[in-house]
Design a protein around this ligand. Structure first.
Ligand SMILES: [Ca+2]
Length: 126
């Protein structure tokens, strides 16, 4: 038993039983923000944005990441009458891809056609 405890303590100290990191979604709960996630299912790095962003390139989001041509899933936490959102393939709101509205305020996968392409988004009146 002592040997088992010693081994267990050693494994704990090496981080074998550490909890996995929280999914990126957990960071995307701030009211009034839009999050794009690097991978499917809200995983990987995330960019948290407030307001419309005409060009992700060279822009640092609220949490310090840049996410041009990186979005694979997204979460919209918008509120108020301008809580809906349109995502675009290119800068300056060019070529619509997906929309956040009504009950469709998050997506765990943008689809092959739209993966890693988002470059701007615009908040719109619902
Ligand atoms: Ca793009």
């Amino acid at each position: 038993m002592k040997r088992f405890l010693a081994i267990a303590l050693m494994l704990v100290s090496f981080g074998f039983f550490a909890l996995p990191p929280a999914p990126a979604e957990a960071r995307c709960i701030i009211t009034g923000t839009y999050c794009i996630h690097e991978h499917r299912d809200y995983n990987g790095e995330a960019c948290v944005w407030k307001g419309s962003v005409p060009n992700y390139l060279g822009q640092t989001s609220l949490n310090g990441f840049s996410c041009n041509d990186m979005a694979s899933s997204w979460t919209n936490n918008g509120t108020g009458p301008i809580r809906c959102l349109v995502s675009f393939m290119h800068a300056n709101y060019s070529v619509r891809m997906w929309e956040a509205y009504g009950d469709h305020m998050k997506s765990d996968w943008v689809g092959d056609e739209h993966n890693d392409k988002a470059s701007s988004h615009q908040w719109v009146r619902c």
